[in-house]
Design a binder for this molecule. Structure first.
Ligand SMILES: [Zn+2]
Length: 303
């Protein structure tokens, strides 16, 4: 579905990650001059993305600007491919070197995903340095005849940006995960950079922007920004406290994952059924958040 906002039209493209709908999106923003792509998805979904563009009469060469909220593989895994096609890839200063030389990114992802790397993420190509545009907090990206405001939004990752036009924002993972037609907003808190305090500050910043519509990479637009940010923050706070409580009770990782999953399902059950809970967990594995929040507490306790 396409939504229009003045001169701009936004389409949510379902990249059908691992054959499932509503897991990873990219956004096609039709500006007055040219289309702008927000998020690339991973290499494994590139054929789907190209097919979606093709259905709209858009060739890869027509896309001159690509904005990525952060460099995790589900958001920017094929940024290098787009850069090689000649697009400018706009990215956070901390993320930029890893697009130009993805070897560290690859190594850390391989530690997590092992022999599932290729199936999950496909090919990860290095971006030519002259195609990578570093953008910082407060900057304006002029692309497609539109102006995107850059807002630094750490919490999920230190190098996370949200891009805003008027009261519309592309939030990456900064406003959590919300599947279409669902009220539940899930917490993506992967290691190694999840940080509660940073995320609180991010949510305050987002509230101050008086946003109306949040386009989440997982998945699509939510049109009640203020309430969604509140619901998301409440869930983050309780989830982080649960893990601390489990630490204090001396639980091992597997037991933590089981208890965390059960508690999240209970909390979500007012809003979604079991089938939906599974769909959320595909987009956001519970083990990841347990590892991310555990690491956050270990670091905090050590300091
Ligand atoms: Zn993500």
């Amino acid at each position: 579905m396409a939504l229009r906002y003045g001169v701009m039209k936004i389409e949510t493209l379902d990249l059908r990650f691992q054959g499932s709908e509503h897991v990873i999106a990219a956004f096609l923003v039709h500006g007055p001059e040219s289309p702008v792509l927000i998020e690339t998805g991973p290499g494994s979904t590139l054929p789907t993305l190209i097919a979606e563009l093709d259905r709209r009469g858009i060739r890869p060469a027509d896309v001159r600007d690509v904005l990525v909220t952060h460099i995790h593989l589900d958001h920017a895994g094929c940024a290098g491919w787009w850069a090689r096609e000649g697009a400018r890839v706009h990215v956070h200063p901390i993320g930029a070197p890893h697009l130009i030389d993805p070897s560290k990114l690859l190594a850390s992802a391989t530690r997590i995903y092992g022999d599932r790397m290729q199936t999950l993420w496909g090919e990860i190509l290095a971006a030519p340095a002259d195609r990578v545009v570093v953008v910082e907090d407060g900057a304006t990206i002029e692309a497609g005849g539109l102006k995107f405001r850059v807002v630094e939004t750490p919490g999920h990752a230190w190098h996370h940006h949200v891009f805003c036009i008027d009261d519309v924002a592309f939030t990456g993972d900064a406003a959590g995960i919300q599947l279409p037609q669902h009220a539940w907003i899930d917490l993506p808190a992967p290691p190694p950079e999840f940080d509660r305090e940073a995320w609180r500050t991010t949510l305050s910043r987002l509230r101050e922007l008086d946003l109306r519509t949040l386009y989440r990479t997982h998945f699509g637009p939510g049109a009640d920004a203020a309430a969604e940010l509140d619901r998301f923050e409440e869930t983050m706070e309780v989830a982080v406290d649960w893990i601390r409580d489990m630490f204090e009770r001396g639980l091992e990782r597997e037991a933590m994952i089981a208890e965390f999953s059960r508690r999240m399902r209970e909390r979500a059950s007012a809003a979604i059924d079991d089938g939906d809970a599974r769909a959320y967990e595909l987009a956001n594995p519970r083990s990841m958040s347990v590892d991310g929040i555990s690491r956050y507490w270990r670091k905090k306790n050590a300091s």
